[in-house]
Design a protein around this ligand. Structure first.
Ligand SMILES: [Mg+2]
Length: 395
């Protein structure tokens, strides 16, 4: 006699029935209100930033679900991200949009000749993020809740008010405005060739803030000796962290500095893969890990970094892209921070809300973002990829 399992009382809806029908890729050149400088400009390594190159992916399925994701680049590489995404996007057509790990792997291998980190995976990131948005929308949940949130709001600090291109009086005004808007912390840039100028700005902002969270960010422009000297002087300012004191790839240097100082060390925003973040954790180089989902190849690799970070016991403060990172930080166990940048606001119809120092996870399904008409107007390249091939929609 052959044993057969009992029939279920009701046949569940078949899973995996949906299929990706099309993806639209758009490159948007987002202008900034004024040229921006951090320490990399003051040391002559980069020009002031005047715009951000955005790559949007909009994915549509046979059942009519839609997902939107983005990646970005500053100064150079944006056209390369768009071109790479355009070449690999045909791999998506006909795939089940729920099988995100398989799709990520397939897209990365499709372009593996130019590497499995950096620009190649950043192009994948826009698609990967759109697939996570789509999956959360299908579930009717904000992405944070699809992932399994620890909290409904995340401690949030302001960065855009404290660049080195901004005179000190304006930084102080920006600080007051940010606090009035409900922000929970203030970060200012340091790393100028004249370290006394840095210290004067930190002292003035600390005096303005009183007992309120303050971070500084040297954007990789100190050498090891300067980082130790500055780190010792900065101890008296009771900083939440010192960010990117050293070259992003100097894991051993960060580890030595972390041992030397009581002030926590933060870094990781420039890294472009989980393997590079693993190197920081292996060295014990950070107190706050700062991955960036668009830069590391999307939410799929970001989740792997989060798991490793939690295991290592470090805190999380993702870089930039708050529309995405708010959801990811909400799902991180150990007291994360999210970085408030208003630069991308014109690209979306919605605004994120910050109350009592914390940014609230929106109740909208998915990431909760809708591309604005302004973003459409700034679009300079646009293609649609579907079963019929690739169609140029530009102009
Ligand atoms: Mg930074």
């Amino acid at each position: 006699m052959t044993a057969t399992p009992p029939e279920p009382a009701a046949t569940p809806r078949p899973t995996g029935a949906d299929r990706i029908e099309s993806v639209v890729l758009s490159r948007v050149d987002l202008p900034l209100a004024a040229p921006i400088s951090d320490a990399k400009v003051l040391t002559g390594r980069q020009r002031p930033l005047t715009s951000v190159s955005m790559l949007f992916a909009e994915i549509r399925t046979a059942e009519g679900w839609e997902g939107v994701g983005y990646t970005y680049s500053k100064r150079a590489g944006g056209h390369g991200q768009f071109a790479h995404a355009r070449e690999i996007a045909p791999e998506l057509i006909g795939e089940d949009p729920s099988d995100i790990q398989r799709i990520w792997t397939r897209l990365v291998w499709a372009g593996a000749s130019v590497g499995r980190s950096g620009l190649a995976t950043q192009a994948v990131a826009a698609i990967d993020i759109a697939l996570w948005d789509l999956k959360a929308k299908r579930a009717g949940l904000p992405l944070a809740k699809l992932l399994g949130a620890h909290r409904d709001a995340v401690a949030c600090y302001n960065t855009s008010g404290g660049f080195l291109s901004t005179p000190l009086e304006q930084v102080l005004d920006n600080t007051r405005a940010a606090r009035a808007s409900g922000i929970g912390g203030i970060k200012i840039k340091v790393g100028q060739p004249d370290t006394r100028a840095d210290l004067a700005r930190v002292a003035a902002v600390r005096e303005e803030l009183g007992d309120f969270p303050l971070m500084v960010d040297a954007n990789q422009q100190w050498n090891r000796d300067t980082a130790v000297r500055m780190g010792r002087v900065l101890e008296e300012f009771d900083l939440v962290w010192i960010e990117e004191p050293l070259d992003a790839y100097d894991a051993a240097g960060h580890a030595a500095l972390a041992r030397e100082l009581a002030t926590p060390i933060a870094t990781g925003e420039m890294l472009t893969s989980p393997a590079e973040h693993e190197e920081l954790l292996r060295h014990g180089a950070v107190d706050f890990l700062q991955p960036d989902a668009p830069r590391v190849g999307g939410i799929t690799p970001f989740l792997k970094i989060m798991e490793r970070g939690r295991h290592a016991g470090v805190r999380l403060a993702p870089h930039f892209a708050m529309e995405i990172h708010l959801h990811l930080a909400a799902a991180y166990e150990i007291d994360p921070w999210v970085e408030h940048f208003d630069w991308l606001d014109p690209l979306f119809e919605e605004r994120l809300e910050t109350v009592d120092g914390r940014m609230r996870v929106p109740a909208r399904p998915g990431l909760g973002i809708t591309i604005s008409d302004q973003a459409r107007a700034w679009t300079d390249q646009r293609v649609r990829v579907d079963g019929a091939g690739t169609t140029d929609l530009s102009g």
